[in-house]
Design a protein around this ligand. Structure first.
Ligand SMILES: [Ca+2]
Ligand SMILES: [Ca+2]
Length: 147
């Protein structure tokens, strides 16, 4: 289970993927994560167990990015990302502007300056719009998308 994690690609290696594994059993669960500058999100065995991905944000895809490979029975719900590559699943929010307080698409993730809190304006659609059965442990409100 991956929860509240940030995945980022610092350079542009087109062979990199976010989450991968060749296992033919088990489930990969991805909740409230942020994927930045990703070239390929998943590189899972399509004959493996299903992935479950909820409340995640994707931003700053590369020009040739792809969702990748995964079990056809996977569940994708309440995620958010640009229109392309098209994310699978339901309750998807398509975002057209950078939803974060501070993220530089040219320089990618910086531990010093990147701030992945949701911007009150550009990220407003992602606040309190996560899966309704998940609550924010900080204030008990409906979950947000992202970390
Ligand atoms: Ca970038
Ligand atoms: Ca919330």
């Amino acid at each position: 289970m991956l929860r509240n994690c940030v995945f980022f690609l610092q350079q542009g290696n087109s062979n990199c993927y976010g989450v991968g594994g060749a296992s033919t059993s088990g489930t990969v669960e991805i909740y409230n994560c942020v994927f930045l500058n990703t070239r390929q999100w998943l590189n899972l065995n399509s004959a493996g167990g299903p992935a479950v991905a909820v409340n995640n944000i994707f931003w700053d895809w590369g020009t040739s990015s792809s969702i990748g490979t995964y079990n056809a029975g996977s569940v994708f719900d309440y995620n958010a990302g640009p229109a392309l590559p098209a994310l699978p699943g339901s309750n998807l929010i398509t975002i057209t502007t950078d939803p974060f307080v501070n993220y530089d698409e040219a320089n990618n993730f910086s531990a010093v300056t990147t701030d992945l809190h949701l911007d009150p304006t550009n990220g407003a659609a992602l606040i309190n719009s996560g899966h309704p059965s998940l609550l924010d442990f900080t204030d008990g409100s409906q979950s947000d998308r992202g970390v």
